[in-house]
Design a binder for this molecule. Structure first.
Ligand code: DGY
Length: 325
């Protein structure tokens, strides 16, 4: 029996490429050649092989124009990510194309990344590392690079989904007080004593550290703007491992420069891999290259989840377990 034709836009972990090559007539991109940055090229390559499935990743431009140009053979777009703001779900639905993502398996890893940034920002780890690496450290000093402790601080989680709740569990170990903002209050078994806020003003004014875990897209675009930053307490910390578009970069740079915001830790950027210039001149911001889910274990689990979705639709003719459209 012939195997379904699958286009992979990105280089994936070895075990995932091996499984794809075993079960599909798979066109791999094992050199991670950057043609995936061009939506028209994705569609052209899908058409050239009459792909039945497209396995894409976060940031690949699967907007309405790309989806409109895909060949009629495409039945499913499986993204190797939990976020799907790079895919026009309505356009896919209109063409009868199933879209799937990889929820759950990256929650702990992404929360770990947020916690890493929280510690880096609070304890000035980026500054310290740069000092040592520049061979400018002259030895221990009583007042050198003093940060703040996380113990006893009020952590405000914006977006209390799986990742936000994993972060809350970690933060309890650091004796932090958990506050959260979401559209709806979580049931007590998920809340675990965290304080729910039903408005941004009360939430932002109550916390010492903001960790952002909101989905991307127009609804959250530039959510953290000058006005909301102004509502935060002086000396607060901002962490973002959600989507870069949720932050007004010029406003955050101004707040970091004035000291109103003590420090920030960012893993995601508006228009990444481009990064707002203003961050580069600041010592009090830790910048990571979108490492949220980047553990060997998690990337394997994401790949298997993406292939499970493809198998359901293209091999077994069933509904995808993690279908979005
Ligand atoms: C996602 O899965 O949406 C991440 O941003 C990539 O790990």
């Amino acid at each position: 029996m012939s195997r379904p034709v699958l286009l992979l836009t990105r280089k994936l972990p070895a075990a995932i490429e091996a499984r794809a090559a075993r079960d599909y007539d798979a066109k791999l991109n094992s050199t991670d050649d950057p043609w995936y940055r061009d939506g028209a090229e994705i569609a052209r390559r899908a058409a050239a092989i009459s792909a039945e499935g497209v396995l894409c990743a976060a940031g690949d431009p699967l907007g309405a124009a790309t989806i409109g140009a895909l060949p009629a053979s495409v039945k499913i777009i499986a993204t190797f990510s939990v976020g799907y703001d790079h895919i026009d779900i309505a356009a896919a639905k209109a063409r009868g194309i199933v879209v799937t993502n990889t929820p759950e398996v990256l929650s702990f890893a992404t929360a770990e990344c947020a916690f890493t940034l929280m510690l880096m920002a609070a304890r000035r780890a980026g500054e310290g590392e740069r000092l040592v690496r520049a061979q400018k450290w002259e030895g221990w000093a009583p007042t050198q690079l003093m940060g703040v402790t996380l113990e006893g601080k009020k952590l405000g989680i914006a977006g209390f989904g799986r990742i936000g709740r994993e972060l809350a569990a970690m933060a309890r170990g650091f004796r932090m007080e958990i506050h959260y903002r979401d559209l709806h209050r979580a049931p007590p078994e998920l809340e675990q004593g965290a304080t729910f806020h039903d408005n941004d003003e009360g939430f932002l004014g109550a916390i010492d550290i903001l960790s952002m875990h909101m989905p991307g897209g127009e609804a959250t675009r530039k959510w953290l703007n000058a006005e909301r930053l102004g509502r935060m307490r002086k000396g607060s910390i901002v962490i973002n491992t959600g989507r870069g578009g949720s932050v007004d970069d010029a406003a955050l740079v101004a707040a970091l420069s004035s000291g109103h915001i003590r420090a920030a830790g960012l893993d995601v950027y508006d228009g990444e891999p481009r990064i707002f210039d203003g961050y580069f001149g600041l010592e009090n911001v830790a910048l990571l290259p979108h490492l949220g889910s980047a553990t060997i274990e998690t990337r394997d689990a994401m790949g298997h989840r993406a292939l499970d979705n493809l198998d359901a639709v293209l091999i077994r003719g069933q509904a995808a377990p993690h279908g979005l459209a």
